[in-house]
Design a protein around this ligand. Structure first.
Ligand SMILES: Cc1ncc(COP(=O)(O)O)c(C=O)c1O
Length: 374
């Protein structure tokens, strides 16, 4: 038996027919962009998160980019963010004319460490640097310590932006992740919790002015027909993707439950292996796992062992952003973020998706036991 890390076709038999009908409905309607599917999806997802405004955009990356663009933060001011994240979280900061500053993580959650955040802020302040915002990522679907980070941001006049591209559906203290920031961005990339059949993303905020501005910016900065007040982009999402997402959103609660059940089983079994460290959500956090990762000191040999048994794994992420060649000008070097660097050497993601069968999961767990017990 080969067990893929993720299998996007698996749920198709459940919702495929409805998806096909939805796609045909859009194709026959003649309305392919900025139509009823987009606005209905925006309303449905804003209601789900408990925020006032949602704007559908081309991807999670563009969602983050548009937030930063719309905020018009002081040019070259610093944005604090984790280095243990997907590259897009950092890429958009530079695109918006701002400076990324990497902050170390909490080893238990893999997310921004509130105390490291405070320290990084103080370092920059002492150097006379202006810090304008924080991007908190909820990695793998595990909520970041958003309450603490949010009060730190309010105390220090920093804008909190949430990158919850991997965490749609996660909760913290009874509130949805994605509703803590001044604005938040999610992704509908095919492997995400709520996913399209292509690219897509969404911005959420309670701020009407910001939402309106993002709507303008994603349409090239046009404020009336062929009249441009801002430098914008083409940041739209397709009607077809929105129609698909509306179907998949109806299956989302059950898929989320399946994700949580499968994660719980991994937890129960792997907790007995002393070499394995499991990520723990913060108190009152209810993760929405998009990826299931563990920490193991002998990660590469476990990975080879599983691979030989047909079990696919992946390393999210082997090299932290602060050590990536593309960011060498940001002047970070090895040793600067010890928790992040240690995690990148140990992290391993196991086969995980809502339709992983019990048999497949047991095969994975058994193989891991075999590796450690010899
Ligand atoms: C943490 C994080 N941020 C940003 C993105 C970017 O989203 P997208 O691929 O939709 O542009 C992703 C996913 O790919 C992500 O995992």
């Amino acid at each position: 038996m080969t067990i893929p890390l993720i299998d996007l076709k698996r749920g198709y038999h459940l919702y495929g027919r409805e998806v096909e009908e939805a796609v045909l409905r859009v194709m026959r309607s003649g309305m392919y962009l900025n139509g009823p599917e987009t606005s209905a999806l925006e309303t449905e997802l804003a209601d789900y998160l408990g925020v006032r405004y949602a704007v559908g955009v081309a991807s999670g990356t563009e969602a983050l980019h548009l937030i930063l663009k719309a905020l018009e933060l002081p040019k070259n001011s610093y944005v604090l963010l984790p280095s243990f994240t997907f590259v897009a979280t950092c890429e958009v900061v530079l695109r918006a004319g701002l400076k990324p500053y990497f902050v170390d993580i909490e080893p238990d959650t893999g997310n921004l460490s509130p105390s490291a955040l405070r320290d990084s802020f103080e370092i920059l302040k002492r150097q006379g640097k202006l810090v304008s915002a924080v991007i908190a990522v909820s990695i793998f679907g595990i909520p970041a310590e958003l309450q603490e980070i949010s009060s730190f941001c309010s105390q220090n006049n920093l804008i909190l932006i949430e990158d919850f591209c991997q965490a749609f559906g996660a909760e913290l203290a009874g509130k949805k992740v994605g509703s803590f920031g001044f604005a938040s961005a999610t992704s509908f990339y095919p492997t995400k919790n709520l996913s399209a059949f292509g690219d897509g993303g969404m911005v959420f905020t309670n701020d009407e002015t910001l939402a309106k501005k993002i709507r303008i910016l994603k349409e090239h900065g046009q404020t009336k027909s062929y009249y441009y007040e801002y430098h914008g982009i083409n940041g739209r999402i397709d009607e077809i993707q929105c129609a698909i997402l509306r179907v998949k959103f109806r299956y989302f609660p059950q898929e989320l439950e399946l994700r949580r059940t499968i994660a719980k089983k991994y937890f129960e079994h792997l907790a007995h292996i002393s070499e394995i460290r499991l990520f723990k959500p913060p108190p009152h956090g209810n993760p929405a796992y998009s990826i299931f990762s563990i920490r193991v000191p002998n990660r590469d040999s476990l990975r080879d062992f599983l691979e030989k048994r047909g079990i696919s794994t992946r390393i999210y992420y082997p090299l932290p952003l602060h050590l990536q060649p593309v960011y060498r000008d940001l002047s970070f070097s090895e040793g600067d973020l010890p928790q992040t660097e240690a995690l990148c050497k140990e992290v391993l993601s196991l086969p995980f998706h809502p339709y992983l069968t019990e048999e497949e999961q047991e095969t994975v767990i058994r193989a891991i036991y075999e590796f450690f017990e010899g």
